[in-house]
Structure formats: C-alpha cells, structure tokens
Design a protein around this ligand. Structure first.
Ligand code: ATP
Length: 254
C-alpha cells in the first residue's frame, strides 16, 4: 500500500483517486476533482488534450507527485512505470538493462535471473539478450523497457504514452504484444495515450479528460471480448467505440 489515504480502497479495487486536485508550485491547476477507481486486473486507458494532466495523474499514482487535495490510494507497492522513451543504459546489455530494477530492489540473484530470462522471452528478445541497446530497433528498445518492468512482476503497470514514438506498424505490433502479456500476466494497468484507436483496442474502460484543468469528462466502458486480436479493428463495434470516444474528445474544440 503506498501513499496517502487508502480508505477508499474497497475489495477488488487497486487504484483509487478521490476528489483529487493537483496544483503545481508554479500555480498551475493541473487536475481538478478527479474521482476514478480502477479495479484489480482492469486496463484503463486515459485520453485527453495535450496538457490536461494525464502524465500528472500517473505520477500521482506512482507517488512521484503529491495531491494538493483529495486522495490517491494504490493497493500495492508493486508498481512499474513505463515512459515514452525506453531510457536504457547504453553500455549495458539487454539482459543487464532488464535486470536493473530488480537488482536495485535487491531481489535474490537466482530469482532475478529467472525473472529476467522470462521477461526477455515474454517480449521475444531471447536472441538479443547479450546485445547492446544501440544494435536494436526502436520497437525492440521499447520491448526491453517493457521487459524491465515485467521483471518486477508488478501488480500495477503505469504506462505513459509508451508507444508514442514508434512508427505505425511497430506500434501495432507492440499493442498486440501488450495485450498478450496482459492476458497472460493479469496486471492492473493505467495507460495514457493520444491515440483513441489504441485506447479502445487495449482498454476495459477509456477515461476521457477535458482540457486543463483536467477533469474527467466521461468514462466509456469498452465491452469488446478478450483476447483481442488484430482483426478487431475491422469490427463495427470497435469502430463505433472509436467514434464515440473521438466525439467526446472533440467537445473541447469549440
Ligand atoms: N513539474 C511541473 N511543474 C509545473 N507544472 C507542471 C509540471 N508538470 C506538468 N505541469 C503542468 O501541468 C499541466 C498538465 O501536464 P501533464 O504533463 O500532466 O499533461 P499531459 O496531459 O500528460 O500532457 P501531454 O499530453 O502533452 O503529454 C500542464 O499545464 C503542465 O504545464
């Protein structure tokens, strides 16, 4: 359990924001009256205009930022944060990069080694385990970043635009890989993205935020079956959800 008030965590809830405000030291009111509960094992995507406070919300959940009002509660210490940039150590092999956080967390050597191998396997990089980041493509580097988080076997994954810097094909591949990992590992995830189609493909619910100060404009449950495959993109129900979420987002363009 980390940070602040956990009294809003009822059974089956992993992350809860309650009546949350965030004002930065600069005086910027970034978030206003955010109330959102994320159930254990749920994948929630967050979309909203640039600067509406999506990253701030993740940082609050990670305990990297402190709320000015209201509360944030997370039901576990086992939280991994994945950024848009893979931020790998350039001089260290894939294996060492993936093991880095576990090493810092002082996991026993044998256990860490097993977890690292499993995580590298899970993202399909076994053949590249001894290579340096510079010999990998952008998509492969992002997979290393994912594996580094997976090696912690986190209960909660906070993903901040993790595929935003990738080309479209690689991005699609990474989305499918994440879906596969999610189906197999069953973590809880908060996923920030600018892409409505990505949000709908991945999420159980899509949170649509308003422009700054960020408030929750709407929450759209995505009632599409899992496992989700590439072909889902051509499903009329999927296309309808994309339209619904896009329309809600566009309410800001007045
Ligand atoms: N450390 C900080 N100090 C002061 N203001 C900040 C800080 N971090 C973010 N902000 C402000 O808070 C608001 C929300 O920023 P945040 O990065 O959370 O938005 P975002 O929705 O993730 O944006 P984007 O989609 O462009 O990445 C912005 O107005 C930003 O200028």
């Amino acid at each position: 359990m980390h940070d602040v008030d956990a009294s809003h965590l009822t059974h089956g809830v992993e992350v809860a924001f309650h009546d949350l405000d965030l004002t930065y030291g600069t005086g910027t009111l970034a978030l206003h009256k955010i109330t959102l509960t994320v159930r254990t094992g749920e994948l929630v995507a967050i979309v909203g205009p640039s600067g509406c406070g999506k990253s701030s919300l993740l940082r609050l959940a990670a305990g990297l930022e402190r709320a000015s009002g209201g509360s944030v509660a997370v039901g576990t210490e086992s939280v991994a944060f994945i950024f848009q940039e893979p931020t790998l150590l350039p001089w260290a092999s894939v294996r060492r990069n993936v093991g880095l956080l576990g090493k810092l967390a002082k996991l026993p050597h044998d256990e860490l080694s097993e977890r690292v191998d499993a995580a590298i396997r899970a993202v399909g990089l076994t053949d590249f385990a001894d290579q340096l980041p510079r010999s990998l493509s952008g998509g492969m580097r992002m997979r290393v970043s994912l594996a580094r988080a997976l090696a912690l076997e986190p209960r909660v994954m906070l993903l901040d635009e993790p595929f935003g810097a990738l080309d479209e094909l690689t991005r699609e591949e990474m989305q499918l890989q994440l879906l596969d990992l999610y189906d197999r590992r069953g973590f809880t995830a908060l996923f920030v993205t600018h892409s409505v189609s990505e949000a709908v493909l991945l999420a159980d619910r899509v949170v649509v935020m308003s422009a700054r100060p960020g408030t929750i404009r709407d929450v759209v449950p995505i009632d599409l079956p899992r496992p989700r495959h590439r072909e889902l993109r051509f499903d009329p129900a999927y296309v309808d959800y994309v339209k619904t979420v896009s329309d809600l987002l566009r309410k800001d363009d007045r």
